[in-house]
Design a protein around this ligand. Structure first.
Ligand code: GCU
Length: 670
């Protein structure tokens, strides 16, 4: 159209806003007017004008100010001291008399306001809209890359990555050409992400050096991200004082170790003044940590926190700590208990700039888990909740599995019961997620897996968003030519895909049943007798893990009321978590009606059928979406269908052979 877009201000992020809008104008028409933000501009608007400005950048308030600007300004700077001031990332949108104003408190808010505009073209052409405030619910919205610089002999370059190699690293170095990272940063800013950890939490020797001789390369990555309002974080090895510094110890209470971290951290901030901080996996799955010196996780985290504090940095200290060398014969060890047992007693001991990062469930990103009891157990600690966008246990980007409905359930869950706060409220240290992006031409391997990345960003900004609406936004932005039929078909395929995945894989919250190591495809007993933990205890009479206080591992006791009692009782426990909390006979009747064994058969047949339907629905889109996308998805769906049938047949056969109970409907079980 003939839109005139006025961009007021000169801060670096405002330059980004200007350039981004120039690209849109080149595509869709209109023109951009840049103004310095020194108060010289008037408060009037030309016909059809969109104004983007900060509160201080002007135009100032006064008689001549156009109504849209005046309204947005008024809401952005509430006179009433009882009303919280707009944060630096927030913005106000108002539309009046055919003019639109976006007013932010600061440049980051202008950036997000600009993306709002691109997401909702209606706010520059539609009917008038009263001024509305938009602000992120979480100050820290972070993506963690499990990328290695050196290709790992077992894990490859990106641990649990299903989208090719790393976008950051090639040939054992940070890439010389970071233009793809630049596009990635833009993509992340558009969904509201403001922090990125650029290397794997398992920090091997090569990657440890990002903190020392490779700092210059971190500077280059940080420069690219900074232009889009994103801070860079590094995963660091707790033994760095030994590995990099040549000290004989990394004991957190040793003064030389403290001095080493202080110096190393000061060097980082000299090079990258807005560096975000450290991410640490310690005493977990073989990573070094404070236990070697008889110290605890608070000692370890506070050591790094002290080094970061003078510069405003934070340490994300992961709570994913459990014994991965347990003996399956020892029924008293329960992996689900571990994070709480290690961390809850430390509540109150962590420094202010420590964020304890907790996986959303007590196990490990399974398709269904209860919410981790740690989230309700540490009121005196800043917590971040960690989600997994990369689909390690949810189909590895071969399967369509739109995860936002699962995340939405988690974020809205009320750990203290119906009158209490939500998981999202408890996550006062923000949300973090493992990224699903690599150097694949579609970014995420499976083109439809992009929706998960999109949804994570949007839910981290506003956890109350409806996952179906979020998907609708994503469809509109990704397939601008999509008509109602394409849109509806994509919803049919994706809206319920997480539950479909759950249907044909491990039943009723029991988890795992995947092939060990790579975690793809069915293997019911794959982990049952390994040192990593025992998951289903199936025998001829029943299945599930007794985690009750009365007769089991006592895990239910880690929850506050009402959940400690709801989960304790096999009759009150929600069906979908029954086998996580209880070992029950196969003829146990579910709330939903069928017995456990019949439910296993029914969901597995239904799940595989749903994938058949999904595949057929996709076929109807041939010619209606770009061919390259169509072909890539078709190829992956063939694999999803093969794999779903394999899951169905293995799980059904396994439980039929264990239980001897036939399927009530006489379907083929091998
Ligand atoms: C899972 C995953 C590992 C990863 C670990 C973690 O166990 O399989 O590859 O390192 O989570 O979150 O640290």
């Amino acid at each position: 159209g003939s839109k005139r877009i006025r961009v007021v201000g000169e801060a670096p992020l405002v330059q980004t806003v200007g350039h981004e809008l120039e690209r849109s104008v080149a595509l869709y028409g209109g023109n951009i007017v840049r103004q310095p933000g020194d108060g010289s501009e008037t408060g009037s608007q030309e016909p059809d004008e969109v104004t983007l400005t900060t509160v201080d950048g002007g135009p100032g308030r006064g008689d001549a100010v156009a109504p849209a600007i005046a309204e947005a300004m008024a809401l952005a700077t509430p006179g009433d001291p009882a009303v919280r001031a707009l944060g630096a990332e927030g913005y106000v949108v108002a539309r009046r008399d055919g003019h639109t104003a976006i007013v932010a408190a600061d440049a980051p808010g202008m950036l997000y306001g600009m993306f709002h505009l691109l997401r909702h073209p209606g706010c520059v052409s539609g009917p008038d809209q009263p001024a509305q405030r938009y602000e992120p619910r979480h100050a820290l919205r972070m993506l963690d890359h499990w990328d290695n610089i050196a290709v790992h002999p077992v894990m490859g370059q990106v641990e649990r990555g299903y989208s090719g190699g790393s976008i950051f690293y090639a040939d054992g170095e940070v890439r010389a050409d970071l233009s793809r990272v630049e596009r990635y940063a833009r993509l992340l800013a558009s969904i509201g992400i403001n922090s990125v950890a650029v290397n794997n939490v398992n920090v091997h020797a090569r990657e440890a050096r990002l903190l020392s001789d490779d700092l210059h390369a971190v500077v280059r990555m940080a420069d690219v991200f900074r232009a889009w309002g994103i801070r860079v974080h590094l995963a660091v090895n707790f033994a760095s004082p030994i590995i990099l510094g040549g000290l004989r110890t990394s004991d957190p209470l040793d003064p030389d170790v403290g001095a080493w971290w202080d110096e190393a951290t000061a060097r980082v901030y000299q090079a990258v003044p807005d560096f975000g901080g450290y991410l640490v996996k310690a005493d977990s799955e073989g990573q070094p940590g404070p236990f070697a010196y008889g110290r605890d996780h608070a000692d370890g985290a506070n050591l790094l926190a002290r080094a970061l504090a003078p510069f405003g940095g934070v340490v994300h200290w992961r709570a994913f700590v459990y014994n991965h060398r347990q003996d399956w014969r020892d029924r008293s060890t329960d992996r689900a208990r571990a994070a709480y047992d290690h961390f809850a007693p430390l509540d109150g001991r962590f420094h202010d700039n420590v964020i304890v990062q907790v996986k959303h469930g007590p196990m490990d990103f399974q398709v269904r888990e209860p919410v981790s009891p740690v989230i309700a157990a540490m009121p005196g600690t800043r917590l971040a909740v960690e989600l997994q966008v990369t689909q390690e246990y949810t189909g590895q980007q071969q399967h369509v599995c739109y995860l936002a409905p699962a995340w939405s359930e988690i974020l809205r869950f009320q750990p203290w019961g119906p009158d209490g706060a939500t998981v999202s409220d408890a996550a006062d240290g923000g949300l973090a997620a493992v990224s699903n992006v690599g150097d694949d031409p579609f970014w995420t391997g499976h083109p439809l897996a992009q929706a998960n990345l999109y949804a994570f960003g949007r839910l981290a900004w506003e956890p109350a968003l409806d996952p179906v609406k979020v998907l609708d936004e994503w469809i509109g932005l990704s397939f601008p030519a999509a008509d109602d039929v394409v849109r509806a078909t994509l919803h049919d395929i994706m809206d319920g895909s997480w539950r479909t995945y759950e249907d044909y894989t491990a039943p009723l919250g029991v988890g795992f049943m995947v092939r060990p190591g790579h975690h793809y495809g069915p293997d019911v007993d794959g982990y049952e007798y390994t040192p990593w933990g025992t998951y289903h205890f199936a025998d001829r009479d029943g299945v599930g893990v007794d985690r009750t206080r009365a007769t089991g591992t006592g895990f239910t006791g880690q929850y506050p009321p009402p959940w400690r009692d709801v989960y304790e009782s096999a009759s009150d426990c929600p069906d979908e978590l029954l086998l996580f909390f209880h070992h029950v006979p196969y003829d146990h009747v579910l709330h939903s009606g069928p017995t456990v064994i019949q439910h296993i058969y029914d969901t597995h047949f239904a799940g595989a059928e749903a994938v058949e339907a999904m595949t057929a629905a996709w076929e109807t889109l041939r010619g209606r979406i770009p061919d390259t996308v169509f072909e890539r998805v078709s190829e992956r769906m063939r694999e999803q269908l093969r794999c779903a049938r394999e899951w169905r047949d293995q799980v059904c056969a396994y439980f039929y052979r264990k239980s001897g109970v036939p399927d009530a409907y006489g379907r083929t079980i091998f």
